[in-house]
Design a protein around this ligand. Sequence first.
Ligand SMILES: Cc1cc2nc3c(=O)[nH]c(=O)nc-3n(C[C@H](O)[C@H](O)[C@H](O)COP(=O)(O)O)c2cc1C
Length: 216
Amino acid sequence: MSDDSLASRRIQYETHGLDVADLDPDPIAQWRRWYDEAVQAGCVEPNAFVLSTVDATGQPQSRYVLARSADHRGFTFYTNYQSDKSVQLAGGGPVALLFSWLQLHRQVRILGVAEGHVPDAESDEYHRSRPRPSQIGAWASPQSTPIPDRAALEQRVAQFTATFEHVEEIPRPAYWGGWLIRPTQFEFWQGRPSRLHDRLRYQGDGGSWAIGRLAP
Ligand SMILES: Cc1cc2nc3c(=O)[nH]c(=O)nc-3n(C[C@H](O)[C@H](O)[C@H](O)COP(=O)(O)O)c2cc1C
C-alpha cells in the first residue's frame, strides 16, 4: 500500500543546469565548488556524507560521517578505529560516499577505496582542535559495541573526566583517528525540471579524469 503523502510529493527542480563546460577538470575542485555553494545556501551539515562499506558477509552498511578535509589525496573523516566501519575499511575494500545537498537539488556520488589511516601527526592535530568533551567522548565510547544502558556510557564519561582532570592536553586515544578515502569515480547530479536531470561522471585512470554524461 502506498502512502499518499509520500507518493504524491513532487517538487519541480528549477535550478540551472550542469554541462561539461561548467565543470572543473579536477573533480575535487568541482566538489569544493559545490560544497562552498552548499555552505552559502545554508544546507544543514554540508560536510556530512553517507559512507557505505561492505561487511565480511557482503552486507552493505551505510552511515553518516563528517568530511574533515578534501584535497588531492581524497577525503578524510575521523572515527573509532575499532568501530564496525573501521573493521570494514581495514581490508582496503571498496567504499561509496554520498554527499547530498537537497536544498540545491544536488548529490555527489563517489566510489573509492579506503587508502588507510591518516598519518598520526594529522590525527593528533585534528584531535587537539576538538572541544574537550568530544575528546573525552572518544575515550569513553567503545563505538559499535553493545552497552547495557545509557548510564554505563555516562559512567565511562565520568571516569575519563576524572582521569584527565589535571591533564591540560588530553592525548588522542590510539584507537581513534582519521581515515583517508581515495576516490576513483565521481558523479555530480543536478536536479532539473521534468526529471530530466544532469548527471556528469568523472572516471579516473590514476592520473587524469575522463568526463561523460549519463541518462537521468
Ligand atoms: C550527521 C552525522 C554525522 C556523523 N559524523 C560522524 C563522524 O564523523 N564520525 C563517526 O565516527 N561517527 C559519526 N556519526 C555517527 C555514525 O553515523 C555512526 O552511528 C557511528 O560512527 C557508528 O557507525 P559504525 O557502527 O557503522 O562504525 C555521524 C552521524 C550523523 C547523523
